[in-house]
Each structure stands twice: as structure tokens, then as C-alpha cells.
Design a protein around this ligand. Sequence first.
Ligand code: ZN
Ligand code: ZN
Ligand code: FE
Length: 753
Amino acid sequence: MGFRPAVHRIATALNLTGSVRNDTRGVVIELQGRLDRIDEFLRRLRGRERPPMARIETIETVDTPTVSGESAFVIAQSDASGTALSQVTPDIATCADCLREMLDPADFRYRYPFINCTNCGPRYSIVKTIPYDRPNTTMAPFEMCDRCRLQYGDIDDRRFHAQPVACVRCGPRIHLADPTGRVLATGTEPTLKQAARLLHEGRILAIKGIGGFHLAVDAANETAVKRLRQRKGRDHKPFALMAPSIERIRRYAVVDSTAEAILTDPRAPIVLLAKRPDAPIAPSVAEGVASYGFMLCYAPLHHLLFAEGPEVLVMTSGNISDEPLICDNDRVLERLGGVADAFVMHDRRIYRQVDDSIVHQVAGGPVPIRRARGYVPTPILTSARAEMDIFAAGSDLKNTFCLVKGHQLICSEHIGDLADAEVYRHYAESIEHLKGLFEVEPRLAVCDLHPGYLSTQYTQSLAGIAVMQVQHHWAHVASVLAEHHLDGPVIGLVCDGTGYGTDGAIWGCECLVASLDSFERFAHLAYYDLPGGDRAAKQAIRPTLSLLKQAYGSEFDPTMLSAVLERIEPDGDKRDLIIQQLDSRFNTVATSSLGRVFDAVAALLGLGDYNHFDAQLPLAIEAASADGVEETYEFSLTRSGEDTPMTLDLRRMLVAMVADILGGVASRSVMAARFHNTVAEALLETALSAARQTGLEVVALSGGVFCNGYLLARLMRRLNDSGFRVLWNRDVPANDGGLSLGQAAIAVGAVGG
Ligand code: ZN
Ligand code: ZN
Ligand code: FE
């Protein structure tokens, strides 16, 4: 972003001729001139004149023959093979220079809510088609004024070829509307003043941002937050928060230096931060979890609003329940007219809806849990060049898809759960849009093994394209391999909710010896029966009864256990019905899901009985775990035959745990920690067995359960202590949001790179 103009500036200033162009693996610069000036060029490029968003990993220099008659330095628009390059970059938070100008009364963009430059502002969300020029963006209807045009055309200006450049005279404007669309205020100051007043009064505002609308309320106002929950149809899932500065966030949450670096990153994600006790935040913002999700203001409008608004705002996606994010002015009134009391609108169209990204810390570094605004469409590069363009369909849950072109794996932003009809339609449209934007014509498509996945059915309906199906947990491991530019084999430990297995069972806790070519199932959690289909992932009583029945075997006595079971499902008849179902194995499925074990244990510990949102119970048990506990429960790892995978058996843990609960011998937080420790120890034992058998020393961790910070940190430490090299997802989520990357990497390997 702004890199080639910067190169042009330095080269021209030093009187060097030649060219700069992108290719799929980086930037190629040809320079001709005095050697000392070329050295000076490299010094400056590495130093202060490097554009703020550019990251230089390495510079390689080679001597090339002199070109005669060269008289200028030019910016080339395509790579060496003549392929047009995607110049579409992510949406970037307002930079320090623009912020300074916005607060400078002498600047002609003083208090202008759409100030931007080459280093910041919207990109991906406003591009309709390529090439990335203003007429192809939603800025097309705004004709630049003379002052803006001058900067846009000046290669020495910070706004050279910044397509969304605008000012109050020529660019987009804000206004305030009521739920019927009636205009309540126009112009920056009246709109901001009224919006801030409504927020102070506890009203719900819909605020149009970069990638869509947010629903905003004063985060300290419990009545207002509750009203928002009720109107939006969202019972329990924590709300994201926005604040104007790190200092402000520190009053509510723990911000260490790593967290500060992630928060202030130009990609401006939501960062999960440990709550401060007694933080003055309404309790219903984030109940039953140990962290708040905070982001800093990232659009100029946010900065202006906070100057007059409440201390901290809830800023949650502008949608109903799990529908796609709303980004259109008419649609927001239609869908959210009954949710928001007023609407802060603007007249720049958002072409692509992009959610806020969510990031947490793993081993002192950022890892996305939801990868969207700011991160997309930055590609992940492969060492192998794909022989053909590829489409990877992703998972049905937390869907992203991935397009492969050359060395680039281009993952889409978080699309959502495809079971929602609106989300599914958005999925299909997004695939078409991104294919156009990146000029990808897939000749191979890759999808999950699950025959019932909508993404599988979508892929199989594509005409004239070869389809390849990849097992879910193999793709999880491959996502780690792809990020680390490895082919494998490695020992893959995948801890997950559900994924379709090669034997038709629902896999979930797997040790795979895997490369990009193939995998072998080395071990898995012992199968147990899950009764009642989809309800088993929500109602904790279902996995709980199944696991206890298995753990106690012939000794299983629901009456004896009723003290613990009643807390989870008070209705004894319902419990009996599930037990009968387990006896007859009617509508049950064999599974090795670890996510459901977390549900059951959380429920046994009295932390809840239902997943109102994804991973509610696992998050609760993580939050409840005490620090400094070293004990574990017993488990076993056995092999029944030569050619069968090892099975990991947690029955003894469950029996011991129930005894502890009934005996009241340990506190809930100690038992929660012991449970995590047991799982970590069992996985370590599995990895050690796999290492003994294969000689491999590298372990790759992936799967949604690894969003659990306690488990991940503990397991990493134990693996490191045992001499393993441990790899984990850093660029894409460990959950199903990273699945498409793994599918794509396997497909690249299959067609030959
Ligand atoms: Zn800027
Ligand atoms: Zn202007
Ligand atoms: Fe998964």
C-alpha cells in the first residue's frame, strides 16, 4: 500500500532510472544510476521513507545488464508475465497524520469524518471491480474538488492515487435519521451533537462505519444494553466494545504491551482482554466470560463521535441474530428499524460487508479468531506455485472460502454459518465477486468430506470443475502447514467440535500424522454416542449422560447421580428419555468430539447447561479455571489392534470428577483446572507415542478447542518441555474459519506445485 509511489519518490529524488512492479511474491525494482546512489536508495527504503503499512521481510539484490536510453523511473502496472495484479488491499484504520489533520482547525479537512490517505482508509469494502481506480469504487459518484485532485495527482503527496480521497466540499457526508428514514440532522456538527446526546440518554444507535453498520449503546448503561440484547435477538453472546484510547481501555481491562501493539495495529481488530474486577461496564455486556473484546476507534467518524459521546460504547454488528452484517442504508431501516432508535448514515456506499476481526493472544502473539476487516484480502503465500486456479469451499460453520492463484492463497473474510439462508446467499455471491476481483478462474474445487455440508453441495454443483474432498481435521492440520511453508509430515493434534470422519463418525479429538499429501489417523478420543443430532451441541445434558453412562458402564445409576444431573436437566423424564435413546442407539451418532466433553464437564461443574452461543460452556470452564494448579486426573491411552488407531480414554477422569463433586472435596475452579491439565497431559502422551513410532519431532496444533487459552498454553509448555517443536495457527483462525486455507494447501499439493 503506497509502496510503489514511495519507491518512485526515492528513486526520482536520487536521479535513478528504472521501474518498480509487483509480482506475486513481492516487489521487483530495477534501478540504473550511480552505485553510491543505489546504496543510498536502499538505505532510505529500509529507513524512514518506507511507507508505514509496508513490511519489508528481505531485500535481495542482483546485478543486471545496463539498459541504454532509459530516461525515467516508472511504475509498472503488471508483473513480469503481463498478468494484471490485484491492487486491492484491506481497509486500514485512520493514520496518525490524518488524525492530526482532522483535529487541526487550519486544515481544510478539519473535523471531516471521511479523511483518509494512501496509508489509511477504506479499500476492500468499497471496490466493485478491478482495476482499482476511483470509477470502480463506491467513491465514483463523488467528483473530486480542485484541492483534492491536486493532492491525488501529486506523486510527492501523501494522497497520491489514494482512490477514496475527499473533503467536506466534494466527498461523502453524514446525517442522522429516525427509524422511518426521516432526516433528524444533516452536516457533521449537528449530526454528531444529536447522536452523542442520544447515546448519553441510553438510546440505541445504528452507526454506518467502514464494513457495515454497528449497533451502539453506552456500555455503562445496563438498561440500554439489555434493551439492545432483547431487540437484536441476542441473549448471551458477549458484545464488542469500542474506546478512543489505550488509556481508556486500561480502566476496564488488562492491557499488556503485546495487547497494546495489537490494539494500535492499523488493522484495528477487536482484542480479547482480561476483565478488570469491578470495571464499570454493564454486567450484560459480557457475562460468564473472563474477557472483554475491545477495539480502538478506526474510522474518523468514531474519533469525532467519542469526543462528545460516552466513555465506552458497545459496538456490535448491525444485524439480527446470526444474519449477515447490514451495510446498505435502505436495508438497515427495513431490518433494524425496530432495533435502533436513530441511524447515523452516510452516502458512501459500502460495497462489501466486512465484519470486525477478533484477535486473541497465543504465546505472546496475535492470532485471529475471526479474520475479516483489516486482514482481508491480504494473501498467504505458498512456496509452491499452483499449476491452476483453485477454489476451496471451507466449512459450513464460521465459513471462509479461499481462492488460489499462483503463489497466493487468498482467504475470504468471515462469512458466517451457512445454515442461515441469507448467509448462504451471501456466500455464493461473495465467491463470484472475489473470483472477479482477483481474476481467478478455478479449474479445481476442494471441499469438506461431509456429504451434508451446504458448502460440499455448492461445490459439487459447480459445472465443469474437478472436485476433491478433504477430511475436516486433515485440513485443520494443513492450515498450520501452509502458514509455516511446510509440506510435512508432522504430528497433528486437532481439538475440535465436530468434523466428518472417513468412517462416517463425527471426529473431533484427533492425532493425525499428516503431510499435504496424505494423513494417517494415529489416535483419537474413544468414541461415545451423541443423542439427538444438532441439539447435542446445545443441550449439555445429552453429551453428559452419554459420557457418564460410558464411564460407569454397568455401574451407571442415574438415581445415584441425580444430585449432579438435576442441575443440568431438572426434568427426570427428559433424562430418562435420553438414557433410553442411548440404550437403543436410536438417532445417535458415534463421536470423538472434544468440544462436547468440555460442554459436559462445564455442566457437571455447575457452569451452565446450554450453549446459547458457540462455545459458551467451554468459555465458562476456561474462565473458571484456577491458576497454579498442577494436578491432573487419570486417563489411559491404549491400542486394541495392530492396524487400529490408539484410543484416548477419559472414563477414569469423569468418575473421579463426579466423586469430587459429590464429595465436595475440591473447589470448582481447581476441578476446572485439573480437567484442562488432564486433556493437555493426554494430548502430550499421544504426541509422545506418535513420536516414538514415527520419529517426528514437530507438532502442529489446530481446531476450534484451541481458542481455549488455558489449554493451549499448558499443552504448548508441556510439548516444549518434552523437546517438541510446536507450530500453531497465526494467520488464520484455529477454528473452522481457517479450514479453507488448509483445503487450498492440500489442493495445491495435489495438482503439483
Ligand atoms: Zn491517513
Ligand atoms: Zn475535496
Ligand atoms: Fe473444525
